[in-house]
Design a protein around this ligand. Structure first.
Ligand code: SF4
Ligand code: SF4
Length: 510
């Protein structure tokens, strides 16, 4: 599985075609000459006109397209009641306040490891999908595939199916051609614009931003991002299409290294299809007792392919495993009264087994599928556990650097700290702060009056952080040069606690 037209692709072909490779090498070595590689470095693009097709995989692709685009366009409008002190948008990236809201979950900047965990799980799910059924992501779920599919649908709607479109493009352009192309580009731009528009809605209250965009009062950055994403969607889905999969995206290369011979892939069953010949020829050959394959060389599989790949040439990076060639070939087989599945999700191992007269099989439980599933389960479980048990308050301490301590005129030693308190609850809370580690100290919160009982306390607003300057003075025996100390934060109403560790510094004894 190396290149769309490279030698490795040739190795993937039916055994009957492989001698061509050995004879090429032999021919190149004649006379002791170095073999020449005349492969051009740049391949001119062939415009692809994929033909409309219907069948199981096409229906699956429509369903996935509707669900994924529906979620993307409508999710910012979904409301989620978090109480009076928090936004009510279900999914919101609140950059000004450094928060990410996802339904029940609120992620703070210091909890960005949850995002890392999610990315790790997403990668492993991708690996697992690849181990089970090849490039499922590429064929059905990748945004490039989904938007290109939508753009193809618009193109076919306006400019006609493959034959009509090719015919019109091949002739001198008329007013009708220009009008159709104009309408197509207008519709593409509308989809691209709405794609960019939906993206910015994830970064602000969606209904408010829609109003602001309508009346031209939205922030400039919103228009900028809509412009950038309109341009990229229009270019990538309208013009670059399969070029993104072939030349820009790293995933085909990565998945080629990750796959194994047991992964299901869209496969031309050459054991059944070869030698390919017309229906009449097949009848004649069979009547003479000679082998004839089921492939009629009708090229329907090639005509419906969105990336212009002939699956009969073997696996290649160009094949996104969308399954549309399966639908096209099954329709052809049905017409001819032959069984479906000449192209199907299958493995090379099974083809070899069938050729040896053995039973094919699919091995779902393999070392890699078990390993990926186990890591996903452990990582997911850990994340759920930490989310469910995470504390709703936090404290962090930074000791003054310069000076580390101050000796006062009465001989006592003073250290200064900056303390940040986090209140993750959506209500105002009162906290007390205590200090442990030295027997005779006085703790002073600069600018915060102590409670009646002398305890230092303060309040922190809902879903906010609060920074306090704290001065600790030791009046006891001369303390050691470095003592481990603990700051303890206590919610006065509930008794919930959080601690932070630091040190108290003093001069070396003389
Ligand atoms: S659609 Fe099926 S029968 Fe037609 S060329 Fe492709 S593999 Fe052969
Ligand atoms: S060869 Fe078949 S599965 Fe691969 S991209 Fe083309 S239509 Fe899709």
């Amino acid at each position: 599985m190396i290149g769309p037209s490279g030698d490795a692709a040739m190795l993937d072909r039916a055994p009957s075609e492989v001698p061509a490779l050995t004879s090429l090498v032999a021919a190149a070595e004649v006379g002791g000459q170095e073999p020449k590689d005349d492969t051009p470095l740049y391949a001119a693009r062939r415009k692809i006109y994929p033909q409309r097709v219907s069948g199981t995989f096409r229906r699956i692709k429509w369903a996935v397209l509707l669900v994924t685009l529906g979620i993307y366009y409508l999710l910012p409008f979904l409301r989620w009641d978090r109480g009076p002190n928090a936004p009510n948008q279900a999914v919101l990236i609140d950059l000004p306040n450094n928060r990410f809201y996802f339904f029940l979950i609120e992620i703070w900047p210091q909890e960005v490891y949850y995002i890392t965990g999610l990315l790790i799980i997403a990668s492993l799910v991708l690996f697992l999908m690849n181990a089970v059924a090849g490039r499922v992501w590429c064929g059905y779920l990748c945004p490039q595939t989904v938007w290109t599919d939508l753009f193809f649908a618009i193109e076919r709607l306006v400019e006609g199916d493959r034959r009509e479109h090719m015919k019109r493009d091949g002739k001198r352009w008329t007013l009708d051609t220009y009008a159709r192309k104009g309408i197509k580009h207008f519709l593409w731009l509308m989809v691209a614009w709405w794609t960019g528009g939906a993206w910015v809605l994830y970064f602000a209250d969606a209904p408010t931003l829609v109003k602001e965009l309508t009346f031209g009062t939205a922030p400039f950055v919103a228009y900028l991002w809509i412009g950038i994403l309109t341009f990229t969607t229009y270019t990538l889905a309208g013009y670059m299409r399969e070029q993104v999969c072939l030349y820009m995206c790293p995933w085909p290369r990565i998945q080629a290294a990750l796959t194994d011979e047991y992964a299901l892939n869209v496969t031309y069953r050459y054991d059944r299809g070869e030698p390919r010949c017309s229906v009449t020829k097949a009848k004649q050959l069979r009547a003479m007792g000679q082998p004839a394959g089921d492939c009629t060389n009708c090229k329907q599989c090639l005509r419906v392919c969105p990336t212009g790949v002939d699956i009969r040439e073997g696996s290649s990076l160009g094949c996104i495993q969308c399954g549309l060639c399966i639908d096209a070939c099954n329709a052809m087989m049905k017409k001819l009264g032959r069984p479906p599945g000449l192209i199907a999700y299958d493995t090379d191992v099974n083809i070899k087994l069938r050729m040896e007269g053995k039973e094919p099989f699919f091995r779902l439980v393999r070392v890699r599928t078990v390993l990926y599933s186990a890591i996903i389960a452990v990582a997911g479980g850990l994340m759920l556990y930490t989310l469910a048990t995470r504390e709703s308050e936090g404290i962090s301490v930074i000791h003054d650097r310069n000076p580390m301590f101050v000796r006062l005129s009465d001989g006592s030693v003073r250290n200064g700290y900056t303390i940040r308190i986090v209140n993750k609850q959506l209500k105002k809370r009162e906290f007390a702060l205590s200090f442990n580690g030295l027997p005779a100290t006085l703790i002073d919160l600069v600018g915060v009056p102590p409670r009646e009982d002398g305890e230092p306390w303060f309040d922190v607003g809902p879903d906010q952080t609060h920074e306090i300057r704290v001065v600790v003075t030791d009046y006891g025996l001369p303390p050691p040069p470095k003592t481990a100390v603990v700051f303890r934060l206590t919610d006065i109403a509930t008794g919930q606690q959080a601690t932070a560790h630091d040190h108290f510094f003093a001069p070396e004894p003389r």
